[in-house]
Design a protein around this ligand. Structure first.
Ligand SMILES: [Zn+2]
Ligand SMILES: [Zn+2]
Length: 345
């Protein structure tokens, strides 16, 4: 039996499992419109997840064939994984922010080998030891290239334009661009009275941007073709403040559970990042490469117990924090170092 929750006012959520992942599940939301049901996110591309999604729709008295449209908060496979299958079964359109559509387009076109080369080059540039990059080089030369989850992900048909209402019959759903977790992440503001009259201004589908008990991963926007020095953590913090100012009555996130007091949660996350940045500055009393910084940062377990792939994610997060500190003028690159080291100012 699929787990379906009614949130009132023509909104439901379906728990769609993410296989072998501590997050457990994605909350796929269903929004009734005058032209048929619309999904916010779709879930991981896996037969068991598809079963739960379609079973959930049936439990709600509809079916996947009835879906009119799919609105995607961001391109990650736990949100966009089943979109193509939903479109095939229903003829629904898929909408996404242009910056994430660009990621989907790039991933679909990329050769896994090129991606491995890019990753190895990048890791060497941030000071990863040879024993960390050796498996990438070996997989490349041995032709052992695991398929990346995003390779088959669906190209959207529609663009989500920041600040504008989506074209949904009988509903007021406005796109709020919230870059940081991904370059094209959006939250969707349902500008309608709360069905239980909770105080505040409507409800927010927050994707991964604002979750009740998790601080979302903020790494770099990986783009082999773009040399722009982006500042994803700066983007994220600015997006958080934007969401805090909406004054929504309730948040409907894509993981965990619905919650109220969005502004309180925004404040917690802003303080968390401020404390983390301050903590990093004390580590940077000695010049460190991004890799060395990641080794010394606090994670959910000691560095030597962090699995291989998660170390790449961790070092990307360390780099995002370094970029923010440099941008704030609180740290700087040490001239003439290779790999480049950073030091507190
Ligand atoms: Zn995500
Ligand atoms: Zn997610």
């Amino acid at each position: 039996m699929s787990q379906v929750v009614e949130h009132g006012g023509g909104v439901w959520s379906i728990k769609v499992p993410i296989p072998d992942n501590p997050l457990g599940h994605t909350l796929v939301h269903l929004l009734d419109t005058d032209r048929g049901p619309v999904l916010v996110d779709t879930g991981w591309d896996d037969p068991a997840s598809w079963e739960e999604l379609t079973g959930g729709l049936t439990a709600l008295g509809t079916s996947v064939g009835e879906i009119h449209g799919v609105v995607i908060t961001h391109h990650h496979p736990d949100h966009h994984g089943l979109s193509g299958q939903v479109r095939e079964a229903s003829g629904a359109w898929i909408a996404m922010h242009a910056a994430d559509t660009a990621v989907v387009r790039r991933t679909r076109a990329s050769e896994p080998g090129d991606w491995l080369d890019y990753l190895a080059r990048k890791l060497e540039a941030v000071g990863a030891p040879p024993e960390h990059t050796a498996p990438l080089r070996a997989a490349r030369s041995g032709g052992r290239m695991r398929t990346l989850p995003g390779l088959r992900s669906a190209l959207p048909d529609r663009e989500i334009v920041p600040g504008e209402l989506l074209d949904l019959a009988g509903r007021r759903l406005r796109a709020i661009w919230t870059p940081g977790h991904t370059p094209g992440h959006v939250c969707l503001h349902l500008e309608e009275d709360h069905p239980a009259r909770l105080p505040g201004h409507g409800r927010l589908f927050s994707g991964d941007h604002l979750l009740p008990g998790i601080s979302p991963h903020i790494g770099l926007y990986e783009d082999p073709d773009d040399a722009t020095v982006t500042d994803p953590l700066g983007d994220y913090l600015a997006s958080l403040e934007r969401i805090g100012r909406l004054g929504v009555a309730e948040v409907l996130p894509a993981h965990q559970h619905a919650f109220t007091d969005a502004a309180g949660r925004v404040g917690e996350l802003l303080r968390h990042h401020e404390e983390r940045l301050t903590g990093l500055l004390s580590l940077l009393a000695t010049p460190l490469t991004p890799w060395q910084l990641a080794e010394r940062m606090e994670w959910n377990r000691p560095w030597d117990q962090i699995p291989y792939g998660s170390r790449n994610i961790a070092v990307s997060e360390a780099e995002a924090h370094l970029r923010r500190l440099v941008k704030l003028g609180r740290a700087e690159a040490v001239p003439g170092t290779d790999p480049v080291t950073y030091v507190a100012v």
